[in-house]
Design a protein around this ligand. Structure first.
Ligand code: WT7
Length: 663
């Protein structure tokens, strides 16, 4: 195969010596060749934006098309319920489609889609524009109205973008659920959001196998009273029962709809979507995003952070559309900016472990955005896979989802980026809607493992327990000014919105839930979550949610779930489980419990290890002391155990945890 990459790494030995050499570099300056062509190179952007953030964001918002221009920028009269561009009207799908078609760019490819079995489709902006209007009309024919919630449970196929944009076009907030979640959790999310319709698929393909999806949807949510319509994409050729009067094929809906569906002018604060994410209780939070502020934030950050050149870039974000990363950087950011993206249906190791690099070569990907966990998996598979392909089209690399360990950063830099591509380590959350802390690649020197500094117009800080700012050292990460893409509330639960994010330091300080360190250059180094959230492969899971799934198993009396460090997934789930009565734990029961969690939540929530506990460490008032279990799993010295009801319990579990580590 070709060997046109600039990488000097041809085998494991060369890799080791290069990494060793790079390990000594503390700071990677902006590569000259990159700076010369970068969109943003003037260091004053920060000072200018931060001198008047409202003016800055108003300017960025005006890069969009407004049906009715806004006259007010930020309404902060009732914190933390902020409103942006309140009297303006716009439509997200108009901005993502019509605008580009009207400018004569209809023939530009929006997505190079590649299916698992190698099928290829190039979907242009004109194609999307046509299908989105047809589906939007189809949904209206089915009785879906502005304000109705529409669930979307689809694999990585172009129809998922069509579905999201069709909802946006008519002002029906969508509620996308990641394809890896179990039908049970989809049902729960449909029920709590009172979804009026659901757009799903006959079956999903995964690594050569096909799983029926519509049949599962029928099994678990057929009874939901709110659900009046189920639209089914015919994708995997799976037979499915269609209920008269409720179910309709996507293809039939498109072929029977009227072609023109003008985009509705929606108030800037109209909800664009809800996306459920795990919190510190068993009940997922419905994070609610808006039309004007969200689109302003994703379009601006996509353009700036990825140094976008919409006419020539081929952008690839390898996330699933079901996560916020996919919402913001597969669908809304790239389409608002009129650029060409890649969408891949399959897994990184199917049909072979070099597929990602093959895709980069095939489509000439220029900007690649992925997660540290994926980089670590590729590292494990070895340099032979990336080395088989020509990766010289790449100009910038990005990461998101969890802290990246320096070794993975350097591997990404050397092997994938050929030591010439800047890496943007982007910190943000489902709640923030868009990237908040990240280098601007033409301007900011990088340090492996640091997300560097807050973007222009964004204010991040570290504070101590009392809320005093820490300029250097470790503290609690907070955001000290509202930003346009911020969540507006938790769906149907304003109180939880306030108590989760704004209770601790008042309604003007958003508490992120992460701890971080700031170095002498003011760079942020994210340490990890400070709440009961576990980050497995960059996916957020709630300990309470996993625990409640485990205790729902008939043999289980009690369970406590904590994270432990994992080389591949960043963190992994360890479950301490007490069985009922005299039942004894063994591999069979452990597998039963794992399957049970998989059915309740999804495969991603299955505990990696299960430790059988005769009892769990509890305070005298009966509260489980997770802190101690966490210390054990992470191999730390145990703190004070004297407040425990039964200190012997701890010793027993400590021995079991250690014995497991050795084996
Ligand atoms: C949490 C948010 C944003 C999309 C993916 C995850 C962690 C996110 C980074 C990063 C270190 C990161 C944080 C954050 N996180 N990006 N670049 N470096 N940690 O979205 O599920 O809402 O999770 O992911 O802990 O709070 P999410």
């Amino acid at each position: 195969m070709t060997d046109t990459t600039t990488s000097r790494i041809h085998n494991d030995e060369a890799l080791e010596s290069t990494l060793e050499e790079l390990m000594k570099v503390e700071r990677f300056e902006v590569p000259e060749g990159f700076r010369d062509q970068a969109n943003i190179t003037d260091p004053d952007v920060y000072a200018e934006a931060n001198a008047d953030p409202e003016a800055y964001w108003a300017r960025r918002a005006r890069e969009l098309h407004w049906h009715t221009p806004f006259t007010t920028v930020l309404d902060e009269s009732n914190p933390p319920f902020y409103k942006w561009f309140q009297d303006g009207e716009l439509n997200v799908s108009y901005n993502c489609l019509d605008r580009h078609v009207e400018a004569g760019n209809g023939a530009r490819v929006a997505y190079h889609w590649l299916g698992e079995e190698g099928e290829e489709r190039a979907i242009t902006y004109a194609d999307l524009h046509r299908d989105v209007q047809l589906l939007a009309n189809g949904l209206k024919d089915q009785g879906v109205q502005r304000g109705d919630v529409v669930g979307i449970f689809l694999p990585m196929i172009p129809q998922v973008a069509v579905a999201m944009l069709a909802c946006a076009r008519i002002g029906a907030p969508h509620n996308v659920v990641f394809g890896g979640f179990s039908p049970e959790s989809v049902a729960e999310r449909m029920e709590v959001s009172e979804a009026r319709a659901l757009i799903t698929v006959d079956g999903a393909r995964r690594k050569g196998k096909v799983a029926g999806i519509k049949s599962e949807v029928d099994r678990v949510m057929g009874h939901l009273a709110s659900l009046k319509t189920i639209v089914v994409v015919n994708h995997a050729g799976v037979d499915c029962a269609m209920q008269e009067g409720r179910d309709v094929w996507y293809e039939d809906l498109l072929s029977s709809s009227a072609p023109d569906c003008p985009a509705e002018a929606l108030p800037a604060e109209h909800p664009l979507y809800i996306l459920y994410s795990s919190g510190s209780t068993a009940k997922p939070k419905g994070i609610q995003h808006t039309t004007g502020g969200y689109l302003t934030g994703v379009a601006a950050t996509h353009r700036d952070v990825f140094d976008l050149k919409p006419e020539s870039d081929v952008f690839w974000c390898s996330a699933d559309v079901g996560w916020v990363t996919g919402h913001s950087y597969i669908v809304y950011g790239p389409l608002a900016n009129g650029c060409t993206s890649v969408m891949y249906e399959g897994a990184p190791d199917y049909p072979h472990k070099g597929i990602w690099w093959e895709i980069i070569q095939r489509y000439g990907v220029t900007k690649f955005y992925t997660a540290p966990t994926a980089i670590r998996a590729c590292m494990k598979w070895g340099v032979e896979y990336p080395n088989k392909y020509d990766l010289s089209s790449l100009r910038l690399l990005g990461t998101v989802g969890e802290p990246i360990n320096p070794k993975a950063w350097l591997w990404y830099h050397a092997v994938v980026g050929g030591e010439r591509c800047p890496i943007v380590d982007t910190w943000w959350q489902t709640e923030t809607g868009h990237i908040m802390i990240s280098p601007l690649a033409g301007l900011v020197a990088t340090k492996p493992g640091s997300a560097t500094r807050a973007l222009p117009g964004i204010s991040a800080a570290l504070v101590d327990q009392d809320g005093n700012e820490i300029t250097e050292g470790t503290g609690i990460l907070v955001l000290t000014r509202p930003w346009p893409g911020m969540l507006r509330t938790l769906y149907g639960d304003d109180d939880r919105y306030v108590s989760t994010y704004f209770e601790r330091f008042g309604p003007k300080t958003y508490v992120v839930g992460d701890a971080a360190r700031r170095d002498s250059d003011g760079y942020f180094w994210i340490i990890g979550r400070t709440d009961d959230v576990i980050n497995v492969s960059g996916h957020r899971l709630s300990t309470a949610e996993v625990e409640s799934a485990i205790v729902a198993h008939e043999k289980v009396a009690e369970a406590a779930v904590v994270p432990e460090p994992d080389e591949l997934t960043g963190q992994a789930i360890v479950a301490f489980v007490t069985l009922n009565g005299t039942l004894q734990g063994d591999d069979v029961v452990a597998e039963e419990i794992r399957t049970h969690v998989s059915v309740r939540i999804g495969k991603l929530a299955r505990p990696k290890s299960i430790i059988w506990a005769d009892d769990l460490p509890k305070t005298r008032s009966g509260k489980i002391m997770r802190r101690l279990l966490r210390d054990m799993a992470e191999g730390r010295e145990l703190g004070d155990v004297t407040t425990l009801r039964d200190p012997d319990v701890v010793e027993d579990l400590r021995q079991k945890t250690q014995a497991r580590k050795k084996s």
